[in-house]
Design a protein around this ligand. Structure first.
Ligand SMILES: *[C@@H]1O[C@H](CO)[C@@H](O)[C@H](O)[C@H]1NC(C)=O
Ligand SMILES: *[C@@H]1O[C@H](CO)[C@@H](O)[C@H](O)[C@H]1NC(C)=O
Ligand SMILES: *[C@@H]1O[C@H](CO)[C@@H](O)[C@H](O)[C@H]1NC(C)=O
Ligand SMILES: *[C@@H]1O[C@H](CO)[C@@H](O)[C@H](O)[C@H]1NC(C)=O
Ligand SMILES: *[C@@H]1O[C@H](CO)[C@@H](O)[C@H](O)[C@H]1NC(C)=O
Ligand SMILES: *[C@@H]1O[C@H](CO)[C@@H](O)[C@H](O)[C@H]1NC(C)=O
Ligand SMILES: *[C@@H]1O[C@H](CO)[C@@H](O)[C@H](O)[C@H]1NC(C)=O
Ligand SMILES: *[C@@H]1O[C@H](CO)[C@@H](O)[C@H](O)[C@H]1NC(C)=O
Ligand SMILES: *[C@@H]1O[C@H](CO)[C@@H](O)[C@H](O)[C@H]1NC(C)=O
Ligand SMILES: *[C@@H]1O[C@H](CO)[C@@H](O)[C@H](O)[C@H]1NC(C)=O
Ligand SMILES: *[C@@H]1O[C@H](CO)[C@@H](O)[C@H](O)[C@H]1NC(C)=O
Length: 453
């Protein structure tokens, strides 16, 4: 531009400051219309709590790792050959701790022995052989992860020694009988593997010392067991095709911390005996066809952190005692048939990390109990305690996507979601106005400088 070489005349300075002002204006509107997550509202409160978990010890192998073994002491040659047959590199000492805990050894002499082995991401040409498994009888812990090879019958020396067995998306196909031979296992995890069995009982009844059992996404059929070990702390039978009622006999598991029966075909009512599970922390019965109401006995579960009863056919009113569970952080009651007035206040709901209640068409909330306006996916109550208008979330998918963040939204009941959609258009509008005013001013300035030459 020609005018740039000469000092700008005074009349050009004014449009320039105006231009700067407009630029500033468009940027402030831009940042104001940007979604609020950038503003520090929630994250700082969580940040201080984040470092504390790091004080808990990193999971270290339970097994005694060698302290100061003689450097010549190394893995049993038979076990080295077994590892080689399983395509596990043995060029470096498999007992060295640098081996990413694929292998863990004891410290016996003259040769050390494997006590833990993880086979992960196997190639197709890996095959289990009886010879290899026989020489690996010292294992107490065996994991298969993403290792879809064919299972073979484990030699009895190996299966009686194993205390922990994990099979995730591995071993193609298993049977209940095959698993029930792992008679001394205390921790059993089988997930994303087809398990052909008449029901979980064949496994749970045969393995007497189980503490933790996961049989999830295994297409397991049949009914829930009638007999449960009192020593079980962790039961996850989610994602199967288990049918029938939940047996009240599960109340014997007084040490149970985690129970997950979600995504099955269970029906009937939630047994009152649940109240005896006083140690329970996480309970999920979601995605079944359970009916009836939430039993009062649930009030006796003081340690409950996670309660998921979503996607069932539960009815009755939502019990107020849920809001007295001091440790509760996750609550899902969505997609049921609850009715009446939601007995929760704002301070309780603020305490929850996740709260889902949508998809209960006959349930409503008392406007005057809410300090801030919220979008719960259910209607507000009229003065008779009945839902006022059709619930704001018309289809369930909308309730799904919004339920997590709506809790903290402080917009109107109905405009909460509208804001989300308006947000981006505001930004676009701001950019457009800003850009067009800049372009307009540049044209104006060019014209000005030309006409004043
Ligand atoms: C252990 O992990 C590191 C980094 O994740 C990797 O580079 C190395 O190859 C692994 N070693 C073995 C023996 O798998
Ligand atoms: C398996 O391989 C994938 C990528 O190919 C990798 O991300 C994953 O960590 C591996 N799993 C194990 C247990 O080594
Ligand atoms: C495994 O269990 C059997 C009985 O079920 C018992 O005789 C044996 O000692 C156990 N083995 C180990 C290593 O715990
Ligand atoms: C379970 O069965 C369904 C349908 O029969 C199938 O699509 C799925 O892959 C099976 N899952 C497993 C883990 O076998
Ligand atoms: C499961 O096992 C039974 C009895 O061994 C057999 O008849 C049936 O075909 C098996 N089912 C599948 C899906 O393999
Ligand atoms: C249950 O645990 C107790 C105490 O830890 C133990 O004495 C008992 O043998 C265990 N029972 C079974 C069946 O493992
Ligand atoms: C229950 O299992 C499902 C699917 O396997 C999982 O998504 C959910 O987080 C589990 N819930 C609890 C409480 O463990
Ligand atoms: C709740 O469901 C049970 C079982 O389906 C039924 O017997 C009962 O009448 C229902 N109660 C209400 C209030 O709808
Ligand atoms: C138990 O629930 C809490 C809270 O939702 C969750 O953070 C934790 O991962 C759950 N534990 C298990 C084993 O599912
Ligand atoms: C909200 O409900 C909880 C549990 O019922 C109660 O302890 C608390 O006092 C209530 N807070 C207000 C502000 O009403
Ligand atoms: C809503 O709460 C207010 C104040 O707690 C109470 O007076 C009113 O009766 C409640 N309305 C309904 C429908 O429960």
């Amino acid at each position: 531009m020609a005018s740039s070489s000469t000092p700008p005349p005074i009349f050009i300075l004014r449009p320039l400051t105006f231009l700067l002002f407009l630029l500033h204006l468009s940027f402030t509107t831009l940042s104001a219309t940007l979604p609020s997550p950038t503003t520090p509202t929630i994250s700082p409160t969580k940040a201080p709590t984040a470092p504390t978990p790091s004080t808990s010890p990193i999971p270290t192998p339970k097994a005694p790792t060698p302290s100061t073994p003689i450097s010549t002491s190394s893995l049993d040659p038979k076990q080295i050959r077994a590892l080689q047959s399983l395509n596990i590199p043995t060029a470096k000492d498999p007992c060295s701790p640098l081996h990413n805990s694929t292998t863990i050894c004891d410290s016996s002499k003259p040769f050390r022995h494997l006590i833990s082995l993880t086979l992960a991401n196997c190639s197709d040409d890996v095959a289990l052989s009886l010879t290899a498994l026989k020489s690996l009888f010292t294992l107490t812990s065996l994991q298969f992860i993403d290792c879809p090879i064919s299972p073979i019958r484990f030699p009895s020396e190996l299966s009686s020694n194993l205390h922990s067995f994990t099979c995730i998306n591995s071993l193609k196909k298993l049977t209940g009988v095959w698993l029930s031979r792992l008679e001394n296992v205390t921790d059993l995890t089988v997930s994303h593997v087809t398990v052909n069995a008449s029901g979980p009982s064949i496994i749970l009844d045969s393995i007497k010392h189980l503490h933790s059992v996961t049989l999830s996404h295994t297409n397991l059929t049949g009914f829930l067991p009638k007999h449960w070990h009192p020593n079980l702390t962790h039961v996850d039978l989610s994602g199967n095709q288990l049918k029938g009622k939940i047996p009240s006999s599960l109340n014997v598991m007084e040490n149970l911390l985690i129970l997950n029966l979600s995504s099955n075909l269970l029906d009937g009512e939630i047994p009152a005996g649940f109240g005896d599970l006083t140690s329970l922390q996480n309970l999920s019965l979601s995605s079944n066809t359970l009916s009836g109401s939430i039993p009062d006995s649930l009030a006796a579960m003081p340690d409950l952190v996670h309660l998921d009863l979503g996607s069932n056919q539960l009815n009755g009113t939502v019990p107020k005692f849920i809001s007295d569970m001091k440790k509760l952080r996750y609550l899902n009651l969505e997609k049921n048939n609850f009715h009446g007035v939601l007995p929760f206040n704002a301070s309780f709901m603020k305490r929850l990390e996740v709260f889902k209640i949508g998809g209960n068409d006959n349930l409503c909330y008392n406007h005057s109990n809410m300090a801030v306006k919220v979008n719960l996916g259910i209607a507000a109550c009229d003065k008779h305690g009945l839902p006022m208008s059709p619930p704001p979330a018309k289809d369930s998918s909308a309730a799904d996507s919004s339920s997590d963040d709506d809790r903290r939204s402080d917009g109107d009941d109905n405009s909460g979601k509208g804001d989300e959609h308006r947000g981006p258009t505001k930004v676009v509008l701001g950019v457009a106005i800003g850009l067009s005013s800049i372009v307009g001013l540049i044209i104006f300035l060019v014209l000005l400088s030309k006409c004043c030459k």
